[in-house]
Design a protein around this ligand. Structure first.
Ligand code: 2HA
Ligand code: ZN
Length: 274
């Protein structure tokens, strides 16, 4: 089977297209990866190159030994995933010790995203917190999230409560709340490390004045998380602007948030409720 016939590859391309159409991926902004299951790897391994050079990981990832990842390429534009798949993304194979990686397919002309190590560390974190179902790690430059990060302090309590309270169903999508990091250098080991720490507790991590990173079980969940956070940020910004820059008055109360969670069998992060 050709790589392009795999359902996961179709889902990967669809997310790139949808997210570009939403305005989240100017130039080479953002990156996406997917941890393939064994069935998918077996189905297309005949197309894999075995000649790529192994490159050592700065931070070895033993729990990902032997895993294969779809990942966007360094400097590549996500909008081109559909037009030129093998140039825009590819498959990276991790060796049997989790100490090095090589290109198995695609990524023609450029290696994987500069955030490869952040993505791998996030999958490792997910496995450590028994969230092995996580198959997608996704980073996007969403305008409303970035705009709001110029108004709110980099504090998860303030962010989560603002977003939960402007749209009733936000809490259903991210009941554990969202992590927020202060400004950090893109692609730096510090940002990777801080993101992984937050990803232990949260599926969503806002990077102040930069964008957002999520981990999820599927492309739908990853897109849905980013879409919901971005939409809630947009509503909050619009409402605040319409109210002369003041916080809006008529919001979902803490009591109502608890009622929503009870109705849908969700356990919200109680630290964030009053
Ligand atoms: O892939 O968005 O933060 C380019 C980026 C890095
Ligand atoms: Zn970025």
């Amino acid at each position: 089977m050709s790589v392009l016939d795999l359902e996961c590859v179709k889902g990967f391309i669809r997310l790139c297209e949808d997210a570009f159409a939403h305005g989240w991926h100017e130039a080479n902004g953002g990156n996406l990866s997917y941890r393939m299951d064994e069935e998918d790897v077996d189905a297309c391994s005949a197309c894999f190159s075995r000649e790529g050079t192994w490159i050592s990981l700065e931070h070895p990832a033993p729990s990902l030994a032997g895993a294969h990842f779809l990942i966007t390429g360094s400097g590549k534009y996500l909008r081109n995933a559909v037009l030129d798949p093998a140039q825009t993304f590819g498959i990276v194979e991790v060796d049997n010790l989790g100490a090095a990686w090589r290109v198995a397919w695609g990524l023609e002309g450029a290696g994987p995203s500069s955030e490869l190590e952040t993505h791998l560390a996030t999958y490792e974190t997910a496995l450590q917190v028994s969230d092995g179902a996580n198959r997608v790690v996704y980073h996007a430059h969403c305008p409303n999230i970035i705009a709001l990060s110029t108004l709110l302090p980099a504090d998860m309590n303030t962010w989560t409560r603002a977003l939960w309270k402007v749209m009733t169903e936000s809490i259903i999508v991210f009941p554990q709340g969202i992590g927020v990091l202060p400004w950090m250098i893109p692609g730096s080991p510090e940002l990777a490390q801080a993101t992984c720490e937050l990803m232990r507790a949260y599926k969503v991590c806002v990077w102040t004045q930069h964008g957002v990173m999520v981990r999820a079980a599927s492309f739908d969940e990853a897109f849905g998380l980013v879409h919901t956070v971005e939409k809630s940020c947009g509503i909050y910004l619009q409402a605040r602007a319409a109210n002369g820059g003041e916080d809006p008055q008529f919001l979902v109360s803490d009591e109502q948030l608890r009622l929503v969670c009870a109705r849908y069998g969700l356990t919200p992060n109680e630290d964030l409720l009053c």
